[in-house]
Structure formats: structure tokens, C-alpha cells
Write a protein that binds this ligand. Structure first.
Ligand code: ATP
Length: 248
């Protein structure tokens, strides 16, 4: 895939911490409105890769481009977020004492800020966006409730909704189904697939049943670079992946 056609383009990226190469000559491309699952053993470099994309960690060498034109190695975290890269960490960090609806309102990409978001100075357009997002993450019925009262799975969905409210082009999602029930896991798969119809998504996940449900191209990282890439069937029958990650 040529750079112009990608939402994310990493080429020859390396970063070392105290001489230890956490990312080593990593090359990976993601198409627009593509969802990709990233798998790999502990320490493979998945988190460090996300840190590089979001500007938290600077690579020592290599190219990192967003949307074909933005050199992410020259931008800081705030610039990168503003360009449209949203990240969701594993642990949900919702505003527990605010309602579900206000959590979305507070996250809306809007120049009017927190005051307007909280004190009902919402435009019809903003309210429409909030309603759409609540519908998408299946929390319309809980909109007036404090976020603290949601189940773990619902908090994860709320946080995905808060991410959507920032209107990102690329979502980076770290282990979204850890700790979820089977039913919540299935629902999360449906939600991410819906989101991927209009956004690019990278999902880091260890749950292979969930990865199968996503039904997308898989990249297996190992020692900071790509070990194997392709369909889940292809990657999971790759001897090297079985050796270092899936086991026999
Ligand atoms: N700031 C840092 N300083 C030193 N070493 C680091 C730092 N960040 C990451 N590492 C090391 O780099 C390697 C890659 O770590 P990383 O967290 O990216 O792996 P991961 O694939 O996300 O693992 P996990 O599945 O356990 O989250 C690990 O060996 C880790 O100890």
C-alpha cells in the first residue's frame, strides 16, 4: 500500500530503552476504514507501538505518517490527538460521578468547553451527536444514570463513546474485552465492526475468540517487529506464531 492510501504508515521504526530495542525495524500500514487486530506475547512491543503513534514515545529512527501526509514523529501528543487519533486504554476512565450522557457531552469535540457541555447550553447539533453516540454504544436507556452505576462492560462502551465524541479518524483500542462477560464481548465485537464502517481501528487483543469474531486482518508482533500478518487462520497456523505466542 502506498503511503498516500494509508491512514497509518510505519516504516523501519525502531526505539530502544537503555539499549533494549522495544521496537525493531517495524513496518506496518493500515488502510482508511480498515480495522486491524494486533496480537503478540507480553513484551512484543504492542503498547510501545501505540505510544509511538500517539506521540508519547519518539522513535529513534523510522517513518510514522498519519493520513498519508502528517509526519507524526514531528508532532506532540496534543497535535496528534487533534489530527484525529484517539486512544482508549485498557482500564476505563469515565467520570464516575457524572451521568452517562454528560460523560459523552464532556468529551464532544467542541470549542465551547466544559461549561457549555454541562449547563445545557447544547446546540441541537451537539445533542444530536450525543444521542447518536449513545445509540451506537447501546447506552441510551442508561443516559441519566451516574457512570459509577454501570457494569464494567458498559463503562468500556461508554469510554468508546467518549472516544467517538472526539471525532477521531483512527481509534487505538487496547484490550477492550478484558474482564467482560461472553455476552458483553460479543456486543463489543458488533460495536467495533460498526465503528470500523466509518473509522480506521487498531485493536490490541489477547482474546483469540474475540479476534475471530472481528474477522479482520491480524498482525502478530514479536520482539518489536512483525512476525506474521494475514487472516487469523493464516497467522494462527504460522509455526513461528505458535512457537512464541499461541503454544502447541
Ligand atoms: N519506558 C520503558 N523503559 C524501559 N523499557 C520499556 C519501556 N517501555 C517498554 N519497555 C520494554 O519494551 C518491551 C515492549 O513492551 P510493550 O509494553 O510495548 O509490550 P506489549 O506487547 O505491549 O506487552 P503486553 O502484552 O505485556 O502489554 C518490554 O520488554 C518492556 O519491558
Amino acid at each position: 500500500m502506498t503511503k498516500q492510501h494509508t491512514i497509518l504508515y510505519l516504516d523501519g521504526v525502531s526505539v530502544a530503552f537503555d539499549g533494549f530495542k522495544a521496537i525493531s525495524n517495524l513496518s506496518l500500514t493500515l488502510g482508511r476504514n480498515e480495522m486491524r487486530a494486533i496480537i503478540g506475547p507480553n513484551g512484543a512491543g504492542k503498547t510501545t507501538m501505540m505510544d509511538i503513534i500517539t506521540g508519547k514515545t519518539r522513535p529513534d529512527i523510522g517513518d510514522v505518517y498519519f493520513d498519508g501526509v502528517h509526519d507524526l514523529t514531528r508532532l506532540d501528543e496534543a497535535d496528534i490527538a487533534n489530527l484525529g487519533v484517539g486512544r482508549k486504554f485498557q482500564k476505563p476512565t469515565v467520570f464516575e460521578m457524572h451521568t452517562v450522557e454528560d460523560n459523552i457531552a464532556l468529551s464532544l469535540k467542541s470549542p465551547r468547553g466544559v461549561f457549555a457541555a454541562l449547563f445545557d447550553l447544547r446546540s441541537a447539533e451537539a445533542q444530536g451527536r450525543i444521542d447518536d453516540i449513545l445509540e451506537m454504544v447501546r447506552l441510551s436507556a442508561r443516559r441519566g444514570e451516574k457512570a459509577a452505576n454501570l457494569s464494567h462492560g458498559q463503562k468500556q462502551w461508554l469510554e468508546i463513546g467518549m472516544l467517538l465524541a472526539q471525532d477521531p479518524k483512527l481509534l487505538l483500542v487496547d484490550e477492550p474485552v478484558a474482564g467482560m462477560t461472553d455476552a458483553e464481548t460479543e456486543e463489543t465485537g458488533r460495536l467495533l465492526k460498526k465503528i470500523a464502517q466509518t473509522h480506521s481501528v487498531i485493536v490490541v487483543e489477547h482474546d483469540m475468540h474475540f479476534v475471530r469474531e472481528l474477522d479482520v486482518k491480524v498482525t502478530c508482533l514479536h520482539e518489536g517487529s512483525v512476525l506474521s500478518e494475514g487472516s487469523l487462520d493464516f497467522v494462527s497456523s504460522d509455526e513461528r506464531v505458535i512457537e512464541v505466542y499461541l503454544g502447541r
